[in-house]
Design a protein around this ligand. Structure first.
Ligand code: B12
Ligand code: SF4
Length: 457
């Protein structure tokens, strides 16, 4: 029995908008850094579900994003799999369906799982023999068992939250064929977020209750990665890492002796916990990615009441966190009903004045399955169901005070501003500091990333 676990090419990266061509000449010196900053990593969902299958099942992990154009063209013709199982977020759905149709036309059964099929099961079932909804660790082995015994169902749904403390480590060994192509290695310590933001599907998938693995499990996972990669940059995939402060502190205390550099996602409340901030610095945290979302309290409250109350302290909070040596990557969203043309300059001003380590600005996206999608749908404001457009930069619903093109122009302007040479120097400087502190090296040695088909340099 051989299963192909496939992560299809997503409709992302900025090539469509020529952003890299545009900044290349200005930023030649810093381009390596910029490439290093882009995140190349394996699909942790697939590595995690693979670990739950019995050892006698042969598994091949195929990550389409890292295949050469020739390999990409050839692999749908392969006939050496008994089953193809794919993981799809919205932005991977179109390509995923195309691949599923190709495999099925040649008689190879296809199972689809992940965020997109979970949010759009009827649609996914039109392209698959089986769909697996929700967390995969329990339903995937059940399904494979049924498949082998010849009695598989069409739909499997994860009915209860998976107990993370009993999970085996993800099958990191499966990433070996691609290992040199990644610059980050994902680890997940916790799942679930109680904040319930309107636009977020993650709390629909994992639920509002924060669950966690044991500290030993997480440390073991990092050690496995360290055996495979020198000085790995660990990227925690947790949606909101420090909801449970006690566990969070226990975990990062144990990261200190590992001498790693890492990043993770959390909310702004960490600014009020100096002990946590000290531990973060000591443990090698380079940056925390924090959902600031908007500078406008009303927009924030429309998403989530808790977030609405935080905005008045944003400046002070960013300063406190960065004074502890942790770069804040502020995650912003534009396109709220209250946003007009001034929103882009206000974000830029905030980033400059707070010396924000980095920002990532996305267009507000109505991800299917979220409350925000339902609201936009009921108001007749959804503009497209072309899943290729469900990325950070496309505008998929009728915005209120700006046209979708104006939102796009503003986003592109901000991206260019934030890749200004002085801004990049500041960011590079911070990374050098972190790396020096933890590895006593004189700065980072970015891997040259040459594997990306279609890169303009
Ligand atoms: C790491 C990450 C990335 C990485 C790597 C992605 C990768 N190759 O896996 C990078 C930085 C490249 C990335 C890029 C993007 N990302 Co991203 N990313 C994440 C992040 C932070 C963690 C994902 C993760 O590893 N989770 C941990 C694993 C264990 O969970 P999981 O994948 O959900 O898998 C579980 C279940 O879903 C299920 N499952 C998954 N697949 C399958 C398959 C089968 C067969 C079965 C049975 C079960 C199953 O079982 C797993 C275990 O329970 C999430 C947010 C989050 N906290 O989850 C956003 C997230 C997935 N990304 C998101 C987005 C929007 C993007 C981009 C489109 C952004 C952009 N640039 O425009 C791109 C698109 C990338 C692409 N491939 O097309 C959204 C997706 C929203 C949606 N509804 O689709 C998320 C949820 C963040 C958000 N804003 O809400 N991303
Ligand atoms: S705080 Fe982040 S992970 Fe939690 S619900 Fe809001 S957007 Fe989702």
């Amino acid at each position: 029995m051989k299963i192909a676990l496939v992560s299809p090419l997503g409709a992302e990266r900025f090539f469509e908008f020529g952003l890299f061509e545009d900044i290349e000449s200005r930023l030649h010196r810093h381009l390596c850094f910029l490439m290093e900053e882009m995140e190349w990593m394996p699909n942790l969902g697939l590595l995690s579900i693979a670990a739950c299958l019995p050892g006698d099942i042969e598994i091949e992990y195929i990550d389409e994003e890292y295949l050469s154009p020739e390999e990409r063209a050839a692999f749908p013709d392969r006939a050496d799999f008994d089953l193809v199982a794919m993981s799809l977020i919205n932005a991977q759905a179109s390509r995923g369906y195309e691949l599923a149709d190709l495999f099925r036309s040649r008689g190879i059964p296809v199972a689809l799982g992940g965020i997109h099929p979970t949010a759009c099961p009827e649609e996914a079932l039109q392209h698959a023999d089986y769909i697996l909804l929700g967390e995969g660790e329990e339903i995937f082995p059940q399904f494979v068992n049924d498949f082998i015994s010849g009695l598989p169902k069409n739909i499997y749904r994860s009915e209860k939250m998976v107990d993370l403390t009993v999970l085996p480590p993800p099958r990191f060994d499966l990433m070996k064929p691609y290992i040199d192509k990644f610059n980050r290695y994902p680890v997940q310590a916790t799942r679930g977020c109680p904040r319930r933001c309107d636009f977020c599907f993650i709390h629909e998938l994992y639920g509002p209750i924060h669950r966690h693995k044991t500290v030993e499990q997480v440390i073991n996972e990092i050690k496995i990665i360290k055996e495979m990669v020198d000085d790995p940059f660990i990227s925690f995939a947790d949606e909101n890492m420090f909801i449970n402060r006690k566990f969070g502190k226990e975990l990062i205390r144990e990261l200190i002796p590992l001498n790693i550099v890492w990043e993770g996602y959390c909310d702004i409340s960490i600014a009020r916990d100096p002990e946590l901030l000290d531990l973060l610095r000591k443990s090698g945290c380079a940056t925390m990615l924090i959902g600031l979302e908007s500078l406008d309290a009303e927009s924030l409250s429309s998403l989530n009441i808790w977030k609405g109350k935080q905005v008045e302290n944003y400046r002070e909070s960013v300063k406190t966190i960065q004074d502890h040596g942790i770069g804040v990557t502020g995650l912003f969203i534009v396109g709220f009903d209250g946003d007009d043309h001034s929103v882009f300059r206000r974000i830029k001003k905030f980033a400059d004045e707070t010396q924000l380590f980095d920002i990532e600005v996305s267009s507000l996206c109505p991800f299917p399955g979220t409350k925000f999608w339902d609201r936009m749908e009921s108001e007749g404001r959804i503009l497209t169901r072309n899943w290729d457009r469900f990325t950070w930069i496309h505008v998929n619903f009728r915005t209120s005070k700006m046209t979708p093109d104006e939102v796009l122009e503003g986003l592109l302007w901000l991206f260019r501003e934030m890749t200004d040479i002085e801004v990049l120097k500041r960011r590079t400087g911070h990374f050098h500091e972190v790396f020096k502190r933890h590895f006593k090296k004189l700065g980072i040695a970015p891997k040259k990333v040459e594997h990306k088909a279609g890169l303009p340099f």
